[in-house]
Write a protein that binds this ligand. Structure first.
Ligand SMILES: *[C@@H]1O[C@H](CO)[C@@H](O)[C@H](O)[C@H]1NC(C)=O
Length: 475
């Protein structure tokens, strides 16, 4: 613990979605380990999410503001998990109404925070930070390539908006995507709509932040980290991932995973590197047709597998979402295991028997797969997932794509063949292990992510001694 950071007061402002909050809390944990005084801003329904962090660090303060709400959100909704990704824009717009109350709160503090670290969906926070005269620093739970693309999209919106296919020639390696595979902000943006303007202006403002923090590491993203440093005109673009491994004691809170759970006794019986893990993140539900194609594909693949399938409500079944077909578990018994509900993903991926991960390629899943050294079989569905898949499959050539699209139904025979081929491809397995080694190297002393974490800590530590007015002038 560095004495120079002792008591330096920082405000953390997360966006209420699981994939956003978890890495930001991992980062907050690192700041706490280094003696910073942390206050976290949430709305009432999101307070319990902080429990594991607070049980490790009782000194954490919580700043609760009532959620201002939004006409298109059902009453009581304050987290994406209650509405799905369509809730992003109204929740962003709703939270932006906290600007006034936060400003008042700042003015009333005798020892106010000297910096605000906020989620990249809350870009309007930068204005607020400038108003109170402290640096605003963005935390990204997406990768540098998708953020480079988002910046480029807003810059060239007029030129791109009617294209069916966009080539990003200003970016390293000129990534290219069909329109449907670009982030939904681009596809759904409505010019002049006040909510969408808040979203766009926030994303653009992120480019002017004092610093940017990414949960990634140099070897994975050097091209786009370099690009962003150039774009932003300074070096304060930090890569500190995989965040749950960097800088000592990993995840806070106790792991409640029981090693004797059915899944681990099952895995213990499997040969090394023989099992494919299949899971599509915390939000996504498969349709009935997709679930049928996937289960037939798994059956045909002749590969050992674990399939995580969510428990559906009667309403979700009515809406056309699918659960595992009747008789499937019996037919694949011995070779396949179905987990209904939550699965200990990190621990499963880390088991010696697991060598593949059929994933939607959300950024957190990508990093978890990399850390475990398993091959990613990508089926991107939405948001930044197509971009992440491009990075891994087309640019790095460390992963394979087995399907794509949120509504696509793969041909089950073809899917089975692709899974079988990927799982017996030793070259790709070797590449996955090399990538894991690079990730582990990055978080060690002397590694890039460890150095960047130290730099942020130093930068933040200096804020106490400097007159905060200096930052007001800085902008
Ligand atoms: C399986 O993997 C474990 C852990 O990596 C290793 O110790 C063991 O020797 C391996 N077994 C075989 C048969 O290769």
């Amino acid at each position: 613990m560095s004495s120079s950071t002792k008591g330096v007061h920082i405000l953390i402002f997360p966006f209420p979605a699981q994939g956003h909050i978890l890495p930001l809390l991992d980062f907050t944990h690192q700041l706490l380990l280094r003696g910073f005084k942390i206050i976290i801003l949430v709305t009432p329904k999101n307070v319990p999410i902080l429990d594991p962090l607070i049980s490790t660090h009782p000194s954490v303060e919580i700043l609760v503001f009532p959620f201002p709400g939004h006409p298109s959100l059902p009453a009581g909704v304050e987290n994406i998990k209650d509405v799905g990704n369509s809730g992003n824009t109204p929740i962003i717009a709703g939270l932006s109404k906290l600007r006034g109350p936060i400003l008042e709160w700042f003015k009333a503090q005798s020892n106010p925070p000297v910096a605000i670290i906020y989620d990249f969906f809350l870009g309007w926070t930068l204005d607020l930070a400038q108003q109170v005269g402290v640096p605003g620093i963005v935390f990204y739970s997406s990768g540098p390539l998708s953020i480079s693309i988002v910046f480029d999209i807003w810059k060239n919106f007029e030129a791109y908006k009617d294209l069916g296919f966009v080539e990003f020639n200003g970016l390293p390696k000129s990534p290219r995507f069909v329109r449907e595979h670009l982030p939904s902000v681009f596809q759904k943006f409505k010019e002049g709509d006040p909510d969408w303007e808040i979203v766009r202006n926030g994303l653009i403002a992120n480019g002017r932040s004092f610093g940017s923090i990414f949960n990634t590491f140099e070897a994975l993203d050097s091209d786009y980290l370099g690009f962003l440093k150039k774009e932003m005109g300074h070096e304060r673009v930090y890569s500190i991932g995989p965040i749950n491994l960097v800088g000592g004691p990993g995840r806070f809170g106790k792991s409640n995973v029981d090693a004797n759970e059915r899944v681990f006794t099952w895995l213990d019986e499997c040969p090394n590197e023989s099992v494919l893990y299949v899971a599509f993140g915390s939000q996504k539900l498969l349709t009935k047709a997709q679930m049928e194609a996937l289960t037939i594909g798994l059956e045909k693949s002749e590969v050992r597998f674990i399939l995580v399938a969510k428990q559906l409500t009667a309403q979700q079944e009515e809406q056309g979402f699918g659960s595992v077909p009747k008789g499937f578990e019996e037919r694949v018994s011995g070779r396949g295991l179905v987990i209904k509900g939550w699965a200990p993903q990190v621990e499963i991926l880390g088991h010696r028997a697991v060598s593949g991960f059929l994933s939607h390629c959300g950024w957190n899943s990508v990093l978890e797969a990399i850390v475990a050294g398993v091959l990613i079989l990508g089926w991107p569905m939405e948001a930044d997932q197509f971009i992440n898949t491009w990075l891994l499959v087309d640019n790095m050539k460390t992963s394979v794509r087995v399907c794509e699209g949120s509504d696509s139904v793969p041909d089950p025979i073809e899917l089975g063949r692709k899974i079988n081929e990927a799982m017996s491809n030793d070259l790709f397995k070797e590449r996955a292990k090399k990538m894991r080694d690079e990730a582990l190297e990055a978080v060690k002393i002397g590694g890039g992510s460890k150095k960047d974490l130290d730099s942020i800590v130093k930068e933040l530590g200096q804020l106490r001694v400097e007159n905060s007015c200096k930052w007001a002038k800085h902008f």
